[in-house]
Design a protein around this ligand. Sequence first.
Ligand SMILES: [Zn+2]
Length: 309
Amino acid sequence: MENKLIFIFLDGIGLGKNESFNPFTLANMPTMFNLIGEKLTNTTNIVKQDFLIKGIDACLEVEGIPQSATGQTSLFTGCNAQAFLGYHLMAYPNDQLISMINKRSIFKYANENGIKNVFANSYTDGFFKSFDIASTNYSVTTRCVLAAKNSLNTLNDLKEGKAVHWDITNFTLQDESDNKIPLITPFKAGENLRNLTKKYDLVVYECFMPDMIGHSKDMNKALIFLEMLDDFFKGVIHNKQENIHVLITSDHGNIEDLSFGGHSTNQVPLIFMGKEAQHFVKVRAIDEIFDIVFSKLFNVVPVPKFEKI
Ligand SMILES: [Zn+2]
């Protein structure tokens, strides 16, 4: 596969106003600033040959506040899950969304088209011990891995640098009494993520910390996170080969507006780095990314309308 993609999904990041309640206007993010020349806000719109940033819609013409289960299902199946349910569903996918994911989702579709893929996140020993396929407490990405019959990364994979933990630096693992995982720098975590492209064509990574921080309305934590994210991003793109593309997006806004501590209806960023950036100019909403990734980046046959499969 000539083109490779690192798909970084950040839960709860929208494009907000240039106001003091928006941590993007205060955070020190030199890597991002060097790329875009300004703070990332709702007026940022950059289209270059090999770099794109634009705001895209996460509400998908369904009334109400966008939520994680439906937003993530739309992102990772390429079908408007909000419209399918008729409402925005919080947190984890219900049976209807799981049936959508089982039909078509990012890893399954990649497998069916010969695209070597991995969900980069690691799962704790506790997760495997209590694993129950019937549980309704698994995220969309976990459901996508299960639907594809791919394996989930363990803490041993993380230790060997073959996975990246959801918290980027492994800091949430440090208090465990039998912890065997060292703390790493965000830059190193970014390099580890990028190195997965040596073996895989499609690497997906999820971090839900911005959503948690958004709900807490904690500006200090938000600034620490954004500065860590910038270093992580620096590691991802450091010495990146030309055939490796990076896509960053979200399921709904939250952290960009700490004035109220909930999800926002703001547009979410679509950031694309790589020579295929022009294909993403026409993406207007989160459910349109799937099709462009597969049909333009990986050149598989046109992705069928979800209703037809
Ligand atoms: Zn949330």
